[in-house]
Ligand binder design. Structure first.
Ligand SMILES: [Zn+2]
Length: 96
């Protein structure tokens, strides 16, 4: 029981770290998007390539975050709380 609880705490921390990285990627992608929107958007293929890649990267990071930030026990989404004490769906304790 104790080992299982420790494993869940460890897994929640691991998932939180990965979600923070995904969030940082999304913020950086948004900054690139804002920078591009203020730049001279000529019809250069490179500009549109960067824009498309940036939007795709943002979508992938958002999807990754959505898929990762879940309860290790029941895999239900954990919502917007970055440090929940318990899973709202199954009641599993998520942090010491
Ligand atoms: Zn749960």
């Amino acid at each position: 029981m104790q080992e299982t609880q420790e494993r869940i705490f460890h897994e929640v921390n691991r998932r939180r770290t990965r979600c923070m990285v995904a969030g940082a990627v999304m913020i950086l992608s948004l900054l690139v998007l804002v920078t591009l929107s203020e730049a001279d958007l000529s019809d250069s293929a490179l500009t549109w390539l960067v824009l498309g890649a940036d939007i795709a990267l943002m979508a992938v990071a958002g999807y990754y975050h959505w898929r990762t930030w879940r309860c290790p026990s029941c895999e239900a989404g954990l919502g917007r709380d970055w440090s929940p004490q318990y899973c709202q769906h199954c009641g599993t304790r998520l942090r010491p």
